[in-house]
Ligand binder design. Structure first.
Ligand SMILES: C=C(O[C@@H]1C=C(C(=O)O)C=C[C@H]1O)C(=O)O
Ligand SMILES: NC(=O)CC[C@H](N)C(=O)O
Length: 884
């Protein structure tokens, strides 16, 4: 690499092996390592202005993050012969469970034990949380449960400074005394039976989180180190965004590693000296680490996707379509519901992505369309059904490969279109035509490789909310766009390039599908013109007269919870127990509410949407009328009033996620506040004033609430890690940490995390096997399901939720709820919400999912109330006479 030779020796990091015990935070170590290394290069390197870029390249080419379940790590002999010799240092990651359980820690324990027995074999090692606990066990220590569980909270370090007595320097030399460090543990190393070979290097005095539990302050071992070997452990998470100065610890670990090999190279024991010399040589030469077959998952360094595809034609100019825009003029956005009904109503399928809560960056545009064809996917049978032009066709994905997935299929379809579309003429409009639809929660079976499809989850066993397709997308090659900021309206269209024969071949990867449906991707220029004119006429007509025919008082009937309050509260208790065992740090528990529409209303879902959006306006609202039907042939539709953005990529590749965690009811919407709300609605000044003051108070309380903040932090750390699969570590940033956003009925703590996606190749070639980088759908898959709907660590929490939420023997899927809904543009831009506060209408059956994050400090009754508050924003709740 440029300039590498000019770097000082200790600016070159060791070849680092990080073993990931399926934690959701492990990859964040890359950001933390980068911060430390970049600071060093900036101070000393010859290119201070390029320090972060150089540090990132160095780290990514020399670090491997290997899941502990990788076959090479499971086989001690292979690991020692084939893996460890290629690295200079080892980090054992945090993780759920216990280090004395093979299921949780795998071969990491035997490797540690062999290091202790035979120092000739060891690599300098840092254990973090689970890894730190593993070091204690490997040396004969034991664990106990901490008295005060503080997941996602900060502990102040009390660093023990007796460097003179250590054979290897401490790694805490550059952290401030009392620095706050985030912890995610339930277990701690028991100091009463502390191994002789280890020394405590830091403590914390952990205070009880709640005073009323009769608990007292407890002294915790926060860091340790081996007395003879270069082995260190920290109980806290230096990589957390809220830890203070964690990068200094990792930098010291790397420096100590360097010092260790230098010293060994001068050792009198020739075999060790030779080993050290060869390590130093490879280190200096900065040889990139050879990839290990299988999932090595330092994904940001992965420059190629593992999927390949080719197009059937090979013309030089790949552009087949131009995304075009036609301004319609200024119209009042309040006529949107009438226009939707007029222009898009009565079709077998129509979609409206509705910024129903205008104001603010996330509510600028709304899009309406009638898809010209659709695809839906069933994750169990691995079958895509495509529908359009009055035809239907099936594609079975499992035939080619067991690992085939709808994510990969859609990624390829989107990338094909991206290469064939010129979207440069469409200005700043974010959606430049493409897919509108959703990924349901069960798409997790194809995004989390560790989660297998359960045998008894099938459509017959599922209830209303989950009888929708696992995923559904309509292809919108023309759409109506409203800019709420300027009140300008536009039409957009994906126009086939004049002079090109609009045959099926134009669609590349989608050709076969288009052929089977006997249709095409895109529309003709005249089609867009004519359609635009017809919309303009309707708009003019509507603006002149008063909008009519739109209902805003069609409230949903009462909904019944499928769990009684005590059943739900028992599940909260069980989740708390699992957290106390160290199985998870936070679990997003959910349940479902069901109701029924009259037969007549089963055909008219849209009126409920227009009423709902008036009642609970939210920035990520949507109405999707699918082209699917329930078992009685009645329509299926989705009415969303989600406040939460899951995942977006803009035209420049800026990725943004905005997890919400931490909820408080707004004044007037809390338990027992119905009367006040009524008085407010009647204009009672005193009640209005009370609500105003009470809201200010609730906002302050929510913002300062340590438990709510911890809930949020755990998801923020998880989301940073999710983004590292598609973004380089130097680009991943938290731009807003725990800001308050207030909606109609609740206040929420919202964090903004951004990154920059590694772009797919910009080479405009039809040789699509030559692309590199990460496709949009693949980037989404790496973050799916949304962390705020699973808890952390993600995989283990999802596994636990499968047990917690599904009463045996009947399993029940979450369905559309908890998934992501929005648009996926032909240009690779995307914007998806988290499917919450959303109604699924399946003919006359209604389903609404609701839940909340459970931490150890959750109070079951409060959690149940939170669920009721969330559903209450959408429909009245009926307990069937039971007292709740
Ligand atoms: C689970 C839901 O909401 C999720 C949980 C939240 C919380 O625990 O505070 C907040 C927003 C969502 O991420 C829901 O609305 O059903
Ligand atoms: N973050 C972690 O590594 C947690 C370790 C262990 N599962 C505990 O709860 O103590």
């Amino acid at each position: 690499m440029d300039g590498l030779n000019a770097l000082e020796e200790d600016c070159v990091p060791p070849r680092l092996l990080i073993i990931d015990h399926h934690d959701s935070y492990t990859h964040n170590l890359l950001i933390c390592l980068l911060d430390g290394l970049a600071a060093k290069i900036e101070r000393r390197g010859p290119f201070p202005e390029r320090a972060r870029e150089i540090a990132s390249k160095l780290l990514l080419s020399r670090t491997t993050i290997l899941p502990f379940t990788h076959p090479i790590w499971q086989d001690e002999k292979q690991a020692k012969q084939k893996l460890l010799p290629n690295y200079d240092a080892l980090i054992l990651s945090p993780g759920p469970g216990r280090p004395d359980s093979k299921d949780d820690f795998g071969a990491s324990m035997v490797i540690l034990q062999s290091f202790m027995r035979n120092s000739d074999e060891l690599l300098p090692t840092l254990g973090i949380c689970l890894g730190h606990q593993g070091i204690a066990i490997a040396c004969g220590g034991s664990l106990k449960r901490a008295n005060n569980l503080r997941h996602g909270m900060s502990s102040e370090l009390i660093v023990i400074d007796d460097a003179a007595n250590n054979s290897w320097p401490s790694i805490l030399g550059n952290v401030q005394q009392s620095a706050g460090m985030t912890t995610y543990n339930s277990l701690v190393v028991d100091e009463a039976s502390f191994p002789e070979d280890l020394k405590v290097t830091a403590h914390a005095m952990d205070a009880p989180v709640e005073e009323d539990e009769g608990k007292t302050e407890e002294r915790i071992v926060m860091a340790l180190q081996h007395t003879k070997h270069p082995i260190w452990g920290v109980q806290f998470h230096p990589e957390s965004i809220a830890s203070q100065g964690g990068h200094a610890i990792l930098t010291d670990f790397l420096d100590n590693t360097h010092a260790y090999w230098k010293q060994q190279s001068e050792s009198s024991q020739t075999s060790l000296a030779n080993r050290a010399l060869s390590k130093l040589r490879s280190w200096r030469q900065a040889e990139p680490v050879q990839a290990i077959a299988g999932d090595t998952s330092t994904s940001a360094s992965r420059s190629t996707m593992d999927t390949t595809f080719s197009l059937s034609d090979s013309a030089e100019d790949p552009i087949r379509y131009t995304a075009a825009m036609q301004p319609l003029g200024r119209y009042d956005p309040t006529i949107a519901p009438s226009i939707f009904k007029e222009v898009f109503g009565g079709q077998s399928s129509s979609v409206w992505l509705d910024s129903a809560r205008p104001g603010g960056h996330h509510s600028r545009y709304s899009f309406m369309s009638v898809p010209s064809w659709s695809i839906r996917y069933d994750v169990e049978s691995k079958t895509i059904i495509a529908q359009g032009n009055g035809k239907k066709t099936e594609l079975f994905l499992g035939e080619q490969e067991q690992s085939a997935s709808f994510w990969t299929w859609l990624d390829q379809a989107q990338q094909t279109l991206q290469k064939r579309c010129d979207t440069s003429k469409i200005g700043d409009l974010p959606f430049k035509t493409g897919f509108v639809g959703y990924f349901g929660y069960e798409m997790k079976y194809e995004s989390l490789p560790q989660i297998a499809f359960p045998p008894n989850l099938n459509s017959e066993n599922t209830k209303c909310g989950s009888s929708f397709p696992s995923s559904w997308f309509g292809f919108c090659d023309k759409a109506l766009v409203i800019d709420h900021e300027t009140s300008q309206w536009y039409t957009i269209g994906l126009v086939q390039r004049p002079g090109r024969n609009p045959t099926h071949l134009n669609a590349g990867y989608l050709s076969e599908l288009m052929e089977r449906l006997d249709t095409q991707v895109g529309i003709s220029p005249s089609h867009l013109e004519e359609w635009t004119e017809s919309v303009r006429e309707k708009l003019n007509g509507m603006n002149a007269t008063k909008p009519s025919g739109v209902v805003t008082n069609r409230l949903l009937p009462s909904m019944r919870p499928i769990d009684t309050s005590s059943e739900y509260m028992n599940k909260v208790e069980r989740a708390r127990e699992l957290i106390a065992e160290g199985q998870s740090y936070e679990i997003c528990l959910t349940t479902e509410f069901e109701g029924q529409l009259s037969e007549e209303d089963a055909e008219n879902h849209f009126d409920f949407y227009t009423s709902l959006r008036a009642r609970n306006p939210a920035p990520f609202s949507a109405f999707l009328q699918l082209d699917t039907v329930d078992s009685d042939g009645k329509p299926q539709s989705i009415l969303s009033t989600s406040p939460e953005k899951f995942f977006g990529i803009d035209a420049d590749g800026l990725v943004e996620m905005k997890p919400i965690k931490g909820t408080a009811a707004r004044a007037g919407y809390g338990k027992g506040e119905k009367d006040i709300l009524q008085r407010v609605r009647n204009g009672d000044r005193e009640s209005i004033q009370w609500c105003k003051e009470e809201d200010e108070e609730r906002i302050k309380r929510l913002h300062a609430d340590a438990k709510e903040r911890a809930e949020n932090l755990m998801i923020v750390d998880l989301i940073r890690r999710d983004l590292l699969h598609s973004c380089r570590p130097e680009s991943v940033k938290v731009t807003k940490l725990m800001a308050i956003e207030s909606y109609e009925t609740v206040h929420q703590l919202v964090t903004t995390v951004q990154g920059r996606k590694v772009p797919i190749s910009s080479k405009s070639s039809t040789n699509d096997t030559a692309h590199d980088g990460i496709g949009t759908v693949e980037a989404i898959r790496q973050c799916f399901p949304p962390g705020s709907m699973t808890g952390a660590p993600k995989v283990r929490s999802v596994q636990l939720l499968e047990e917690l939420e599904h009463a045996q023997p009947q399993r029940k899927a979450r369905g559309v709820y908890s998934g992501a809904l929005g648009w996926l543009g032909v240009d690779g831009a995307v914007n998806l919400n988290v499917v919450i506060r959303t109604v699924c209408l399946n003919g006359n059956k209604i389903s609404v999912g609701a839940g909340g994050a459970i931490t150890f400090h959750s109070k079951p009754a409060k959690e149940w109330q939170e669920v009721l508050d969330k559903v209450g924003a959408i429909a009245p709740v009926d307990f069937g006479g039971a007292k709740e």
